[in-house]
Design a protein around this ligand. Structure first.
Ligand code: PBG
Length: 328
């Protein structure tokens, strides 16, 4: 026998021992599920590049929430598809806007569901950009008032938290001031602080009908070659009043999650986006991978990298895996 004082395999000998020495603990409390709502009645429309994900009319949300609650997931992030789009994205802040309707209905019928409103204009503008245009560019400062207005209308409709995903500079402070002035100083802001310009959003843009009609989002979303810049964005958003910061996407950005987690003193969320979902689903249905095993492994990797919160289209599945003991 070779004399080895340290044998790493010793702690891998049984499932009980492996679970005992696990470094990453996953809780269902850390999961958030994105929900797409659209006007109309009795609609559950499958999103083609995201099999298993749907756009719902408000009257069909109950079944979704029942399934989520059963899996132990009680937090959602709302995205809306408005009746009509215009240059100023007015569907995003109207009192009878689709997300506002969904918020009112949810807070009434499912008060136990924690509702987060995504704040962006791209689903609501006829040009598909995340703000107000000045010629062909998005006017940063002109957009801030609109974001503040959307935030306020969502919180008035019942949003527990707002999540700006536009990547304008100064939006967190603009939203914070607007909420505070209206008496909503206790509504938290989760800012998409490090949001990269990413092709992994492709399926979402089909889901939310939000692809830009010209150009791209590179003048406001981050360049994927950069990581130090993510720290700069995160620290700046915290200074402006962000309560939670987010890194997005997740899987190709685990280094960014780690880096941000090491420097920030607020909870860190990661958003595993539509393209990550679509890839796992496609490979799973082709029989190339064990889909459930990969969902579990990727979720664990995001927490292991340093995320405290995971926003995922697989939230219900991950909740189920925590229950069954596959992860957690
Ligand atoms: C809105 C927004 C996007 C996503 C979340 N909020 C798309 C984008 O920036 O183009 C992407 C989410 C996903 O891909 O799952 N700006």
């Amino acid at each position: 026998m070779v004399e080895l004082l340290q044998r790493a395999r010793r702690l891998r000998g049984s499932e009980t021992l492996r679970r005992t020495v696990r470094e990453t603990r996953i809780s269902k409390d850390a999961l958030i599920y994105p929900v797409f709502v659209k006007p109309g009645k009795n609609i559950a429309e499958e999103i083609v590049p995201m099999p298993g994900q749907y756009r719902y009319s408000v009257d069909r949300l109950g079944a979704v929430f029942d399934r989520l609650l059963q899996a132990g997931v009680d937090k959602i992030l709302f995205f809306g598809l408005p009746e009509q789009k215009d240059a100023e994205g007015s569907g995003a802040w109207r009192e009878d806007g689709i997300v506002q309707q969904a918020l009112r209905w949810t807070k009434d019928a499912y008060p136990e569901i924690y509702c987060i409103g995504d704040l962006c204009m791209c689903e609501y503008t006829d040009h598909g950009h995340c703000g107000i245009l000045d010629g062909k560019t998005v006017d940063n400062d002109a957009t801030l008032d609109f974001l503040a207005k959307i935030a306020l209308s969502q919180v008035k409709a019942g949003a527990d938290m707002v999540a700006p995903s536009d990547m304008m500079d100064g939006r967190v402070i603009a939203i914070r001031r607007a909420l505070d002035a209206a008496g909503f100083s206790s509504a938290p802001i989760m800012s998409y602080a490090a949001k990269y310009s990413s092709s992994f959003y492709g399926p979402f843009r089909e889901a939310a009908d939000s692809a830009p009609t010209f150009g791209d989002r590179k003048s406001y979303q981050m360049d994927y070659h950069n990581a130090k810049e993510a720290v700069k964005e995160a620290l700046r958003d915290i200074e402006e009043g962000a309560d939670i910061i987010m890194v997005k996407p997740a899987l190709s950005y685990l280094d960014v999650i780690r880096r941000c987690a090491q420097v920030v003193n607020v909870p860190l969320a990661a958003y595993s986006v539509s393209g990550e979902y679509a890839m796992i689903k496609a490979a799973g249905s082709a029989g190339s991978i064990d889909e459930d095993a990969v969902i579990a492994e990727t979720a664990a990797s995001i927490f292991r990298a340093g995320a405290d919160i995971l926003i995922s289209y697989f939230a219900a599945e991950i909740g189920g895996f925590v229950d069954s003991g596959r992860i957690g």
